[in-house]
Ligand binder design. Structure first.
Ligand code: PLP
Length: 357
């Protein structure tokens, strides 16, 4: 079997052990004589998987009792609309911190439902200060800008206004104080598993203020009451997520993931910084992402870099369409050997081409 090192931003690389277990169980799950794909979502077997996934996630993130875990359809982009629909209540306005591509998409969508107060707007760095609206229903930010390679290493403070985070690309890469947030969401295909659903962690008191026009299956309170089984969930995706959560627990949990994330990203940034300008990081040093490492090199060398990397089995390194350049996504499932292979390749490539620029 030949496996490449896949640096794609999403859907991203999955743990090989999880893929292999799913393969073993694919046609006959736990001796039941049918595939998980074929199981009713209302049956005890699937409900058991859902319960275990929720319990594992609660344990991993140390999620307090008064927070609910929802498994919802529609991806993070659906949450761009569902957050305002569910949380605005009578406030009619919300704060948005814009730090890159995805937070701008979130605030753009919210603008269809409410008055958006842009509390700050930056690119390649984080805001020094926020112009917050004390009457806002919530304050939204993106913990890790997947396209721009910008990450919050400390979270914004917004007083009593509930803090809402799109954590799609750095979910499960570090421990969190969940109590600091009103709501956290993350679509699955970056660091949880397969595309097709979104994890929403929401504080109990925020589950009862959905606007009347909110679709029932996207109503946080309704899904919470139904334990995310109001309609058919993405059953196979939830099953794989459950296996991924187990995989993270077995490897030491989020403390271990954070340490790996720090050392591995430093390994690549060091090569960028020591390349004499051959590689240039997109983000300011104090907010560089430990998950999506974005950098540029001379434009004419980019296609050469991508082609040679692919020939070495290092694939999907092309930056986001809106920003260009190179992006190496180091999700939990990326093996250390993949990071070392990329580091070695980058050094050799710079040595070979430095004089040509
Ligand atoms: C990928 C991504 C999204 C979009 O996710 P979809 O599931 O495709 O809607 C939103 N926010 C962030 C931070 C992302 O990385």
């Amino acid at each position: 079997m030949k496996r490449c090192y896949n640096f794609a931003a999403g859907p991203g690389t999955m743990p090989l052990e999880v893929l292999e277990q799913a393969q073993r169980e694919f046609t006959d799950w736990q001796g039941r004589g049918l595939s998980l794909l074929e199981m009713p979502f209302t049956g005890d077997d699937f409900k058991g998987i859902m319960r275990r996934a929720r319990t594992s996630l609660r344990r991993l993130l140390n999620i307090p009792e008064r927070y609910h875990i929802l498994f919802m359809a529609g991806g993070a982009s659906a949450q761009f609309a569902l957050v305002p629909l569910n949380l605005l209540g009578t406030a009619g306005r919300a704060d948005y911190i814009e730090t890159g591509h995805w937070s701008r998409r979130a605030s753009g969508e919210a603008g269809r439902y409410c008055a958006v107060n842009v509390a700050a707007s930056t690119s390649g760095r984080l805001p020094q200060r926020l112009r917050l609206d004390p009457g806002a229903a919530y304050c939204h930010f993106t913990s890790n800008e997947t396209a721009d390679g910008v990450q919050f290493h400390a979270f914004p403070a917004c007083g009593d206004v509930p803090l809402v985070a799109d954590m799609t690309s750095d979910f499960l890469t570090r421990p969190l104080e969940v109590e600091k947030f009103g709501l956290i969401y993350a679509s699955a295909q970056k660091n949880i598993g397969p595309a097709g659903f979104t994890v929403v962690i929401v504080r109990d008191d925020l589950c009862d203020r959905a606007l009347p026009a909110t679709p029932t299956v996207f109503n946080y309170g309704r899904q919470q009451a139904a334990e995310s089984l109001l309609n058919t969930p993405a059953t196979f995706a939830v099953y794989l997520a459950d296996l991924v959560f187990q995989w993270v627990i077995e490897r030491g949990g989020l403390g271990a993931m954070a340490e790996r994330s720090r050392t591995r990203s430093e390994q690549i940034y060091r090569i960028v910084d020591e390349s004499d300008g051959f590689y240039r990081a997109l983000a300011a040093p104090d907010c560089r992402s430990r998950v999506n490492i974005c950098f540029t090199l001379a434009a004419e060398l980019e296609p050469v870099f991508l082609a040679e990397a692919a020939a070495h089995g290092l694939i999907n390194l092309k930056g986001h369409g809106a920003l260009g350049g190179i992006r190496a996504s180091l999700y939990n499932a990326m093996p250390d050997a993949g990071v070392s292979a990329l580091a070695g390749f980058m050094q050799a490539f710079a040595a070979q081409h430095a004089n040509a620029v």
